[in-house]
Design a protein around this ligand. Sequence first.
Ligand SMILES: Cc1cc2nc3c(=O)[nH]c(=O)nc-3n(C[C@H](O)[C@H](O)[C@H](O)COP(=O)(O)O)c2cc1C
Length: 207
Amino acid sequence: MANILHIDTSPRGERSISRALSYEFITSWKDTHTGDKVTYRDLGHNPVPHVNEAWIAAAFTPPDTHTPELAEAIKLSDSLIDEFIAADRYVIGVPMYNFNIPSTFKAYIDQIVRVGRTFTIDENGYKGLVDSSKKLLIITARGGSFPPGTPFAAYDYQEPYLRAIFGFLGITDVTFIHADSLGAGDEAREKSLAAAKDAIAQAVANW
Ligand SMILES: Cc1cc2nc3c(=O)[nH]c(=O)nc-3n(C[C@H](O)[C@H](O)[C@H](O)COP(=O)(O)O)c2cc1C
C-alpha cells in the first residue's frame, strides 16, 4: 500500500491540461490500487508563500534557538516537508511557463528544500535525505514542443531543472509525460493528447 502525494500547479481549473491529465492518472491508478492513499495539494489554486527573511533565519539556525517569530516563520515549511516525506510516490501536474515551471511550484520547492530536513552537507558534499526508492511522475502541459536532438530542446529548462532539484533531494526515479504542442493547431494538439493519454495508461500499468 503506497502513500501518493498528488500535486497540481496550474492556476487554471477545467481548462487546465496538466490538471486533467494528473487527475486521469490518479483516478485510473486508484481503480487498480484500491488500498493506496492519495493526499492532494493544489498549489495552482492555493499557493504557498515565498520564503522570506524570517524563514531563511529559521532554516539556518537550530530549532531549539528559535524565537516565537522564527518558529512561526518555518512552521508551514515543516508541515510541507512532513507531508512530502510521508509519501512514497509523487504525481505532479506542471504547466510550462516561460520554458520552466510556474512560480507557485517554485515557491513550494523553496519551502521543501531545506538543509537538515531534505538534504544535508558533509565532507563529501551534498546528500539528499529523501529515500531513493521513492518514485516521481511529472505530467507537463506545453504550448510548444522541445524534442531532444532539435534546436528547441535547449529551451526546455523544465525537465532538466526538475530532474536536478528532486535528484538533489535523493529522488532519481523520475518519469516525465509531456503533453506538448498544445498551441500548435488542432491536429498536433489532439495527437499529443492521445500520446500523453497512452503514456498515462502505460504508467498506470507499469509504474
Ligand atoms: C504565462 C504563460 C507562459 C507560457 N510559457 C510557455 C512556454 O515557455 N513554452 C510553452 O511551450 N508553452 C508556454 N505556455 C503555454 C502553456 O504551457 C500551456 O497553455 C499549458 O497547457 C498550460 O498548462 P495547463 O493547461 O495545465 O494550465 C505558457 C502559458 C502561459 C499562460
